[in-house]
Design a protein around this ligand. Structure first.
Ligand code: PMP
Length: 456
């Protein structure tokens, strides 16, 4: 027999009921479970704001996990198409039947991607999209190694977690063979006295090629990079690098994959982040988050024609029950149309200089900020220890200071992802100029607390 509380309609539980049930049974994932006691109880959203049970308003300063790209008031067309699909055909297993939504979304994405990126698989999460990409590359090439950057994040499933280069890989342990790590070419990490940016790029490419030669080109299936590293600090490849990777991949018959899970669908001021690199067409592109603006779980693994043709005669051998989920695809279809027809990318390009100016302004007057980077509506501050020690290693002081900073951030009405020593700025792409300036004012106030907490 169910407890009588379940007779209350959804939306009518008191704060106490919700907190009690949460305490008893809710588990957190990326934080220890007791973090739930300090996590706000969110009741609803509107525009670029979220609201909690106390009526407090928060400006969403990182589009949550850089995904709620159109905020919380969804376009009417998205709501209608989703409800219509839910009513007409709530589910169709991808291998049992075809449907109009799948055909339309495939065609739409193929039209907006450059080159012959025309084959589409639609898993549910970014991790799964990357699993599909790894399977595609391995089966297409008959090879198995995957090269990734340190600092990249590719997901939480076995292969995608092993492909991840940052600290989150270690949670799972290094148990999955076949993944090789390379260094990102960003000049931040290359202390080459006197070298020009072009020389550094060439050096990074030489190292990558040397790595491939030492691994054995006949074992390397794929090079899998984030077009712009997101969670690891908004790090953009220097000019010429991606073109060089493309040439190396062609030379050794290696699949080039751009992971656009975080930056795809407009975040950087281009539809896809790899489009900042003139002439580069990857063999595989994965995306998620922005495809539905996170309103429903859907991701995509797009591949070029030659790869698609290979799988016309061979099974991919990977899938999930929810691959090509009709309701999620209906939501994605209208969302992507909305982005294009309302020139959301143009809006991002118009706001980008304002984001950059304000990021610079804050970096200049807060001593706790060592440097910053921006592209489109995506910014990142790097927080530094006053003694100059490496925050990646000496993070205890920074972690403690972030507790204080987070309180100030919340008190000033911001909500967002924090990944010390990085502070991301990634508001919904539909944010207005006034809302953006207001967000920086709020962050400015919180940063004084971080300066103090770190002892500046
Ligand atoms: N790749 C990148 C670049 C990401 O940022 C993420 C998630 N933050 C993923 C893959 C994994 O996506 P998901 O969490 O949807 O599995």
């Amino acid at each position: 027999k169910l407890s009588p509380e379940h007779d209350q309609p959804m939306g009518t539980w008191s704060t106490e009921q919700i907190r009690n049930a949460t305490s008893q049974s809710v588990m957190m994932t990326w934080a220890p479970g007791k973090a739930k006691h300090n996590t706000p109880l969110i009741t609803h959203g509107e525009g670029v704001y979220l609201y909690d049970d106390q009526g407090k308003q928060y400006l969403d300063w990182t589009s949550q996990a850089v995904c709620s790209n159109v905020g919380y008031t969804l376009p009417e067309s998205v709501l209608q198409a989703t409800l219509q699909q839910m009513t007409q055909l709530p589910f169709l297993y991808g291998g049992l039947g075809l449907c109009e939504t799948r055909a339309r979304l495939s065609q739409l994405i193929a039209e907006i991607l450059p080159g012959d990126l025309q084959g589409m698989v639609f898993p549910s999460s970014g991790s799964e999209a990357n699993e599909a990409a790894i399977m595609m590359a391995r089966r297409y090439t008959g090879k198995y190694k995957v090269i990734n950057w340190y600092r990249s994040y590719h997901g939480g499933t076995a292969n995608s977690q092993q492909a991840t280069g940052d600290f989150r890989r270690w949670y799972g342990g290094d148990h999955v063979p076949g993944f090789v790590k390379a260094f990102h070419p960003n000049p931040l990490f290359w202390d080459l006295a006197g070298a020009t940016p072009e020389e550094r790029t060439q050096m990074a490419l030489n190292m990558l090629e040397e790595q491939i030669l030492n691994e054995g080109p006949d074992t390397v299936a794929m090079v899998q990079f984030e077009s712009v590293i997101g969670g690891g600090g908004v790090i953009v490849p220097p000019p010429g690098y991606m073109q060089g990777v493309r040439a190396i991949c062609d030379k050794y018959n290696i699949v080039m994959h751009c992971d656009e899970v975080m930056v795809g669908f407009g975040r950087t001021g281009k539809l896809f982040g790899f489009q900042h690199n003139e002439g580069v067409i990857p063999d595989i592109v994965t995306a998620a988050k922005g495809i539905t603006a996170a309103a429903l779980p859907l991701s995509m693994t797009a591949c070029r024609k030659h790869i698609m043709e290979y799988f016309e005669d061979n099974p991919l051998g990977w899938g999930s029950t929810y691959q090509a989920h009709p309701v999620a695809m209906a939501c994605a279809y209208e969302n992507v149309k909305y982005l294009i027809q309302n020139d959301i990318i143009g809006h991002v390009q118009r706001l980008a200089p304002i984001l950059e100016d304000n990021t610079r302004r804050l970096a200049e007057h807060h001593p706790c900020i060592k440097q910053y980077r921006c592209i489109g509506l995506f910014g990142c501050f790097d927080v530094a220890n006053p003694d100059g020690s490496n925050p990646q290693l000496q993070h205890t002081a920074i972690d403690k200071a972030f507790v204080e900073y987070k309180k100030a951030y919340t008190a000033n009405g911001l909500i967002g992802l924090m990944r010390p020593p990085h502070l991301h700025v990634a508001p919904p792409l539909v944010i207005t100029e006034d809302e953006l300036l207001d967000g920086f004012e709020r962050q400015d106030k919180a940063l004084y607390v971080l300066d103090d907490a770190l002892g500046y």
